[in-house]
Ligand binder design. Structure first.
Ligand code: GDP
Ligand code: GDP
Length: 437
């Protein structure tokens, strides 16, 4: 799992701002909307050669002070359990509040390092004000401005110094693991699948306000295989700013897709594949991601009238022309074939990593070309002399020939089908280029 640093603190002190700065990208939703829960944000960063995970425990804007206290306490407890070190953030602009004091009381009970970080120290006047935070009695205290980045270097130096070399190496190894994203529309069963796989509820979900959840990465082991599951359970329940949040959730799903090697696209067996599902499918395919289609809630389908084979055929018509994709019928609820789903995702990951030696590729493909030559275009005889796999993350092939622009789609399809027939690329989109020899 590596070393994990959690950022805790009451809302609006600047946790997300610091988190984004550490990750140098906008991962957290910075949203001032009242009644919105943000869940853990998770990312990997490095400093002074040490790699570690950062969790932003999120903010919670309360409807009532009591619920608020309870929720904040819950978050701090979870952070104290799960993290190896805590960045306890406060705000120089507001000074010490009651909530800061009660969080400090909780945090003093842990043996783990706590870095009291006073944020919004944007100038010298603020630095003077901020000295009041010494009374809290934490050994490690830092004065920073998350917006400008001043002081964050010292904070990171202190954090990195506490990370053992071997634990950092573990985090690096984790970065090499296959990454699977569970994607699909609301209510198809993404969380149910994740929970069925992990066997426990890993997400922090508040029952109180509207629940929003963002990308959560879970390091998972099955049959000695390790991988990272990216859950994009997304945002649900009513909210005034629903549209806005749904917009974010789509963006996040796309981001999760970007982070993933293989997408597990969940469909609802009863609803079948929708236009939106087809969009997601072709997006994943254009991005060169491996794809496994999981038809979930198969337990609800009347099997005698609607067999898997018919179902799969219909699916393939909708996703054509890229149909060489595994389809697994699962029930997250009854835990049917969910391990099969994961094994298949691992297979697709292997397929996507497949590198075919040039000699073998030419041996097979030149034979296929000889047995069915490209059609003559405008009197031009097209000769493909040589083929090589490009050193890209997702499989791509360059065919060298005399008239690269004259090779049309049907012949491209023929070559792709030959590649698929000869080498197993199930679940993986292939790119084919023609180049001038
Ligand atoms: P969170 O609720 O703790 O995650 O806080 P946010 O990161 O959402 O920040 C709350 C507000 O404080 C936002 O308007 C930020 O722009 C602002 N903020 C964050 N860091 C700084 C800082 O270093 N200086 C100033 N002046 N404002 C900051
Ligand atoms: P998410 O929005 O994609 O995360 O979907 P959830 O995991 O929250 O599931 C939405 C609803 O579908 C819940 O009521 C689940 O109990 C139900 N559900 C999920 N998977 C299955 C399944 O395999 N079979 C049946 N019958 N219901 C399921």
């Amino acid at each position: 799992m590596g070393y994990t640093v959690a950022i805790v603190g009451r809302p609006n002190v600047g946790k997300s701002t610091l988190f984004n700065r550490l990750l140098e990208q906008r991962k957290a939703i910075v949203d001032d909307t009242s009644g919105v829960t943000r869940d853990r944000q998770y990312g990997v960063t490095d400093w002074n050669g040490k790699v570690f995970n950062v969790i932003d425990t999120g903010g919670f804007v309360p409807d009532s002070d009591d619920i608020f206290e309870t929720e904040i306490r819950k978050q701090v407890r979870i952070a104290m359990d799960e993290a190896d070190a805590l960045v306890f953030m406060a705000d120089a602009a507001t000074g010490i509040t009651d909530l800061d004091t009660s969080m400090a009381d909780l945090l003093r009970r842990t043996d783990k390092p706590v870095f009291l970080t006073v944020n919004k120290v944007d100038n010298n006047a603020r630095l003077l004000d901020a000295s009041e935070f010494y009374v809290m009695g934490f050994e490690n205290i830092f004065f920073i401005s998350s917006i400008s980045g001043s002081g964050t270097g010292e904070l990171l130096d202190a954090i990195a110094a506490g990370i053992p070399e071997e634990v950092s190496a573990e985090a690096v190894a984790e970065q090499q693991l296959p990454r699977f994203a569970i994607i699909g529309q609301p209510n198809v069963g993404k969380s149910s699948l994740l929970n069925a796989l992990t066997g426990q509820d890993r997400t922090i979900v508040s029952d109180i306000a509207g629940t929003t959840r963002d990308t959560i990465h879970t390091h998972y082991k099955l049959f000695q295989k390790e991988f990272i599951l990216i859950d994009t359970a997304g945002i649900r329940k009513k909210n005034k700013e629903k549209d806005d949040l749904e917009f974010y959730s789509v963006i996040r799903a796309i981001k999760a897709m970007d982070e993933a090697d293989v997408c597990l696209l969940l469909l609802d067996a009863e609803k079948g594949i929708t236009a939106q599902d087809v969009n997601i499918f072709s997006l994943a395919s254009r991005k060169g991601k491996g794809i496994v289609i999981l038809v979930n809630k198969w337990d609800l389908v009347e099997k005698s009238t609607y067999t898997a084979r018919d179902y799969e055929k219909e699916l393939q018509q909708r996703i054509a022309p890229f149909t060489d994709v595994p389809v697994i019928f699962i029930s997250a609820k009854e835990k049917t074939r969910i391990h099969k789903a994961v094994e298949t995702a691992l297979d697709v990951y292997e397929h996507r990593s497949r590198r075919i030696p040039t000699s073998r590729l030419n041996e097979v493909m030149l034979k296929a070309i000889a047995s069915y030559n490209p059609p003559v275009v405008r009197g031009n005889l097209i000769r493909i002399k040589y083929v090589t796999q490009l050193p890209t993350k997702t499989p791509a092939f360059a065919f060298f020939c005399n008239y690269p622009d004259e090779v049309k789609q049907p012949y491209r399809n023929y070559l792709e089908n030959q590649l698929r027939a000869q080498f197993d690329f199930k679940g993986v989109p292939l790119k084919i280029f023609f180049r001038k020899k």
